[in-house]
Design a protein around this ligand. Structure first.
Ligand code: ADP
Length: 660
């Protein structure tokens, strides 16, 4: 926002103020004197009154303190034109108030920018200064004349109108010219534009002379061809900033007024003030239209520039992102991509990527999943971290991690999809190394732990038979710890095999028998809990028996482990063709809403705050979910904290057509 008083003026010395006041007084008085020459209505209300514009700009640029030269100028000029002291004082008061109020409104309400390149600035200037503040001066001035006995009631209205229109033109033609030119000149960009500006102004001047001065008498008198000024005016307003526009309107106004005064042009009538009234209304209309037009143009240019800048910024951002970014239409056709994407998909060549369909780059085994993900993205708005294998231009396979979101129209209609495709080859490599290491360690551990367990069992039985109950009890406890150790090792082994290396033997399994068997075994080793089978129809599922047993064991063991003290665990199964749903319900500690999604992640354990209670590695549910997924089933949990949890999973019924 430009300030009321530009800084360069604010810092000036007293001498500067004094000089500026003197200059203002002289300029104001001279233009005022000149204004009164133009056949002023009732001697004082003139239709050409530049002082109004000068006073407004003086207050805007120099501050409210610039009022004395204005008041003095107005007083002396009117007094010297024959106004009695009080009348001249009244007129001076009106003129000063006018500038004061105009500047105040422009500053406070409009927060005007002096280059007038916003629509708001122009509208503000027209409404508050040209139309509004001039009412004050016209009313105070004309009323002073009336009170002073210089005019009668009858001539009040025409005097008032002339006063108002004259002042209005001051604010429409002179004020914008001074304001805009008071702003620092940002040099025009090219010689061509300067040349064009001069040409346009030349054409306008020519046409103004043609229309108003009848081309120095060369054209037959006073054809009403004033509209001819519009084309050059539109040219100027459309192509240039206000600096050229205000210059053009000043040229037009000067030529028009001067010609009319000396009796030329379509507005020339025997009565000069009458002619000037209509002329000035015409000039006002042309001026306002041009100023508005140019401001709209400037705003549009600025908006376009901002848009270009933001697009440029956005482009740079996408370009410098370390990850490949791809923009596709709703059918996954690639519209835009950054260099990293060209590198990832196609030999760094844009043409090998742009215009192609994103699915062309996805490995056959991932196609279905990828298409489903696109649907999910469209419905949910975004997806995060979905892994696929892509096949690039040179048929190289690369693991990637994709996050995508939908870009929408203002109306909410989906328009495009933006995807960040991260190459995770390195990460996968490290994961494989870690898995290999885990597999190796757990495999190596398995053998000694298995034999240690065998010895433990043997020793336990041995002491039992010997009647050494106490020692046998110790070995029983040791055996329990061995079981836990075995389970942890087994889990680690399983995890290290996921997702590719785990093998499954698909067969027809009587689920009811398998559940009954597993529950039976777990009941023996957990005497403190009652494992209750509530519903168990005879069912056959398709799957790997050991793996499904592992799932049941994991869920029931968790149910027991996380419901200390409360004794009942409920197990059930229900057919819902083509699936069966199995559930394991406990009445234990429950799981908070926040943790319900997380517990299926690798190594995730709910923090209880009691370190001792940590058992296992947080792998059980992850493995369980992987196994269920492999069986084309789903697993989920319903739980409320403190009340218990129910884990559900589904398996395809044997009779059902296998999904794959
Ligand atoms: P862990 O080996 O730690 O049991 P899991 O993957 O089996 O690992 O379980 C992950 C976390 O889920 C556990 O740390 C536990 O906090 C929570 N959890 C699992 N089952 C239950 C349950 N039935 N009730 C309450 N919390 C459970």
């Amino acid at each position: 926002m430009e300030q009321l008083i530009p800084r360069f003026i604010k810092r000036r010395s007293l001498l500067f103020y004094l000089l500026s006041d003197i200059v203002l007084f002289i300029v104001y008085s001279l233009t005022a004197r000149m204004g009164l020459e133009f056949d002023a209505v009732s001697g004082f209300a003139t239709l050409v009154w530049p002082p109004t514009g000068i006073a407004l700009v003086a207050i805007l640029l120099l501050g409210y303190r610039a009022w004395p030269p204005i008041a003095l100028g107005a007083y002396f000029v009117n007094a010297s034109a024959g106004a009695p002291v009080l009348v001249a004082a009244g007129i001076a008061l009106g003129n000063t108030l006018e500038a004061f109020i105009g500047a105040f409104l422009l500053h406070k309400v409009v927060r005007i920018g002096y280059s007038l390149d916003r629509l708001k600035d122009v509208i503000g200037l027209v409404v508050f200064a040209a139309l509004g503040s001039t009412l004050v001066s016209a009313t105070v001035g004309t009323t002073s004349l009336l009170i002073g006995g210089i005019i009668t009631f009858l001539s009040y209205v025409p005097t008032w109108i002339a006063w108002w229109v004259g002042n209005m033109l001051g604010n429409l033609v002179i004020a914008p010219f001074l304001l805009v030119w008071s702003q620092q000149l940002t040099l025009p960009t090219t010689f061509r534009r300067v040349a064009e500006a001069f040409l346009a102004l030349g054409v306008l001047t020519g046409i103004s002379f043609l229309v108003f001065r009848e081309f120095f008498g060369m054209v037959p008198r006073a054809y009403p061809v004033t509209y001819l000024v519009f084309p050059p005016m539109v040219w100027i307003a459309y192509r240039f900033h206000q600096r050229v526009v205000v210059t053009a309107t000043l040229i037009l106004a000067v030529v028009a007024v001067w010609s009319t005064v000396i009796g030329y042009g379509p507005f020339a009538m025997p009565d000069l003030s009458q002619s000037l009234l209509f002329l000035q209304i015409f000039v006002a209309v042309v001026t306002v239209t041009s100023l508005l037009f140019s401001a709209i143009g400037s705003e549009r240019r600025q908006a376009a520039e901002k848009l270009r800048e933001s697009e440029e910024r956005y482009r740079t951002l996408v370009k410098t992102l370390p990850d490949p970014v791809v923009l596709t239409d709703l059918e996954a056709n690639i519209i835009m991509a950054n260099e990293q994407a060209f590198k990832l998909f196609g030999d760094k060549k844009p043409e090998s990527v742009l215009g192609r369909n994103a699915f062309d780059f996805i490995a056959p085994e991932d196609q279905r999943r990828a298409r489903r993900s696109l649907v999910t993205t469209m419905t949910k708005g975004s997806i995060k971290n979905v892994e696929y294998t892509v096949i690039d231009q040179r048929k190289r396979r690369k693991p990637v991690d994709v996050s995508a979101s939908v870009i929408r129209h203002k109306t909410g209609e989906p328009q495009a999809v933006l995807a960040v495709v991260r190459d995770v080859t390195q990460r996968k490599k490290i994961e494989h190394q870690k898995d290999d290491f885990l597999a190796l360690v757990s495999h190596e551990l398995k053998t000694p732990v298995t034999s240690a367990k065998l010895f433990t069992e043997f020793l336990q039985e041995h002491y039992e038979e010997q009647g050494e109950r106490e020692i046998s009890q110790y070995f029983a406890r040791l055996d329990m710890q061995m079981n836990r150790l075995m389970r942890i090792i087994q889990n680690l082994l399983d995890v290290s095999r996921f997702p590719s290396k785990m093998t499954y033997h698909r067969e027809r399994i009587p689920l009811n028998t398998l559940i009954a068997e597993t529950v039976g075994e777990l009941q023996i080793i957990s005497p403190n809990h009652t494992l209750d089978i509530v519903s168990l129809p005879t069912l056959y599922v398709r799957g790997d028996k050991d793996r499904i047993k592992q799932v049941l064991t994991n869920l029931i063991t968790n149910a027991i482990r996380y419901s200390p003290g409360t004794g009942r665990i409920v197990i059930g199964a229900q057919k819902k063709a083509p699936f069966v749903t199995v559930w394991v319900q406990d009445f234990g500690i429950g799981i908070s809403q926040e943790n319900q999604q997380k517990i299926f992640r690798q190594y995730y354990q709910v923090k209880t705050g009691e370190k001792k209670k940590r058992v296992g590695l947080g792998l059980g549910l992850y493995i369980t979910r992987e196994i269920i997924k492999r069986h084309e089933g789903t697993i989920w949990v319903e739980s409320s904290k403190g009340k218990g949890s129910t884990f559900y999973f589904t398996l395809p019924l044997y009779k059902a057509k296998p999904v794959r």
